[in-house]
Design a protein around this ligand. Structure first.
Ligand code: AMP
Ligand code: MG
Length: 408
C-alpha cells in the first residue's frame, strides 16, 4: 500500500492542464482559473490622492504653526473627487475631498477636523503637518507593468476587484474541466424512491456532485450503473469519449461484486490502487482509452463508503482537478492545533479523523470514526491528519486541515 503523500505526488505528477481557454467578462469570472498573467497597464491609484476630507497644503507653509500661533491661509481652489486640480499657489490651501487629486505643489493634507474656517473664508491651522501626511501616493497599491495576478490563479472575489482596479474588463481563463461521474451499487436508490429491504439512498451522489460544482467542473452524471462487468465497461467507454476525468464511486474493492477495477483494466489501465489511509483505502487511479486517437481520459475510482469517498475526494480528487484546471497552488493550508482528547491506539494507516474546533481553541474528536457514519462530516470542521501508528494524547499538537481549506 502506498503512503498518502507518495500517492498524492504521483497523482499530481500525472496531471496536465487541459487545453482550451476562453475570454470572459471579469464580472462573470468568479472561481475561474487565469490562463495568462494579468499585468497592470497603469499605476493604482493613477495619481496622488487625498485620503481625507480637508485641505491640501505645502507643509513648509505651516512650519511653526501652534495653538498659540496658528497659521492662516486663503483657500485658492476646491477639488472634489473626479475633478482635475491646478497647481497649488504658494501660501494658499486647497479645499480637498477623499479620493480627489492632490494638486501639484501640495505635499500634505490636513484633515478638516484640524482646520478652523473663519468668516472671511480663510483657514487657520494650529499644527504643522509632516510632508506626505494623508496622501495616498500614485502607484501605492499597484505599479504599472507589474503582474498583479499570475496565470494559474483561481479568481476570488477580491482578485476580480483587483483586476477591475487596473481596468480589465475581460480575462483569459482556462476552460472548465469535464468530469463524468457514475455510481455503482445495486442497493442504491434516489431520495424520493421507496426504500425496499436491503436498499439505501445514494447519498454520495449529492455530496460528490456538490463538491464538483464547487470546483467549477462541467459534470456529466451518468447515474447508477448495475454491478456487472459489461455494464461498467460500456459506461467507461462512453464516458472516456468527451471527458477529462472519469470519477466512479463504489465497487473498487476486492469483492465479487466490485467490477470497477477489472473494467478499467480491460478498457485502459490502473496505475495506482490502495492507499495506506483511513478512511479510503481502496482509492484507484488510472486511465481509460478513447476509441480513436490513442488518447486517454483520466480515471479515479472512489470507495463507496460515504466518509471514504468524501475524504478521498477532498484529499486527492480536489488537488488533481485543480491541477487539470491549471491551478498552481493546490495544497490546503494545514494548521497546528491542540488535541483536547486522547486516542490510545494509533492505526497502521494514515488516519484522517473528523474533528471540531472547540471554544477553548482546541480540537474535539467525533466519537464514531466509522467510514459509514456521514454525521461525522457534518459535525466536524475538518480532518486531523494523523500519521500511521501514532496514538494521540490530550494536549498534543496535531495537524488539522479545515474543510474550508479543502473546498476552496
Ligand atoms: P463498495 O465500495 O461498493 O463496496 O461500497 C461500500 C459501502 O458503501 C457499502 O455499504 C455501500 O452500500 C455503500 N455505498 C456505496 N455507494 C454508495 C453511495 N453512492 N451512497 C451511499 N452509500 C454507498
Ligand atoms: Mg458496491
Amino acid at each position: 500500500m502506498l503512503a498518502t503523500a507518495d500517492a498524492l505526488a504521483r497523482l499530481l505528477d500525472a496531471a496536465r492542464q487541459v487545453d482550451g481557454r476562453a475570454r470572459v467578462d471579469t464580472l462573470d469570472a468568479l472561481d475561474r482559473v487565469l490562463a495568462a498573467d494579468v499585468t497592470s497597464p497603469l499605476d493604482v491609484p493613477p495619481m496622488h490622492t487625498s485620503a481625507m476630507d480637508g485641505y491640501a497644503v505645502r507643509a513648509a507653509d505651516l512650519a511653526g504653526a501652534s495653538e498659540a500661533a496658528p497659521v492662516t491661509l486663503p483657500v485658492s481652489q476646491r477639488i472634489p473627487a473626479g475633478h482635475a486640480a491646478e497647481a497649488l499657489a504658494a501660501g494658499t490651501a486647497a479645499r480637498i475631498f477623499t479620493g480627489a487629486t492632490v494638486p501639484p505643489g501640495a505635499d500634505a493634507v490636513v484633515m478638516q477636523e484640524m482646520a478652523q474656517v473663519s468668516d472671511d473664508g480663510r483657514v487657520a491651522f494650529a499644527q504643522a503637518p509632516t510632508a506626505g501626511e494623508w496622501i495616498t501616493r500614485q502607484g501605492a497599491d499597484i505599479r504599472r507593468d507589474s503582474v498583479i495576478l499570475p496565470a494559474g490563479t483561481r479568481l476570488t472575489p477580491q482578485a476580480l476587484g483587483l483586476a477591475a482596479s487596473v481596468g480589465c474588463a475581460q480575462l483569459d481563463v482556462v476552460r472548465p474541466v469535464r468530469v463524468a461521474i457514475f455510481f455503482t451499487g445495486d442497493e442504491l436508490r434516489m431520495p424520493g424512491e421507496p426504500l425496499e429491504p436491503g436498499a439505501i439512498y445514494n447519498s454520495n451522489r449529492f455530496t460528490l456532485r456538490a463538491l464538483l460544482a464547487k470546483l467549477g467542473c462541467e459534470v456529466t452524471d451518468l447515474g447508477i450503473v448495475p454491478d456487472r462487468l459489461d455494464a461498467t465497461r460500456e459506461t467507461l467507454r462512453r464516458a472516456a469519449a468527451d471527458h477529462d476525468l472519469i470519477l466512479t464511486c463504489g465497487g473498487v474493492s476486492v469483492g465479487e461484486e466490485d467490477h470497477v477495477k477489472p473494467a478499467v483494466e480491460a478498457e485502459g489501465r490502473i496505475s495506482m490502487w490502495q492507499i495506506a489511509m483511513k478512511p479510503g483505502k481502496p482509492l484507484a487511479f488510472g486511465a481509460v482509452r478513447r476509441g480513436e486517437e490513442g488518447t486517454e481520459a483520466f480515471f479515479i475510482g472512489l470507495p463507496g463508503n460515504p466518509v471514504s469517498s468524501f475524504c478521498t475526494f477532498l484529499l486527492f480528487v480536489r488537488p488533481f482537478l485543480l491541477r487539470l484546471a491549471g491551478v498552481k497552488h493546490v495544497a490546503p493550508r494545514v494548521y497546528s492545533m491542540r488535541a483536547d482528547f486522547s486516542q490510545k491506539k494509533g492505526d497502521r494507516r494514515n488516519e484522517f479523523l473528523r474533528a471540531r474546533v472547540n471554544e477553548a481553541g482546541g480540537l474535539d474528536l467525533f466519537e464514531n470514526q466509522s467510514s459509514a457514519v456521514l454525521t461525522s462530516t457534518v459535525w466536524g470542521d475538518g480532518l486531523i491528519d494523523n500519521p500511521p501508528n501514532h496514538a494521540i494524547s490530550a494536549g498534543e499538537i496535531v495537524r488539522f486541515i479545515p474543510f474550508s481549506e479543502l473546498m476552496r
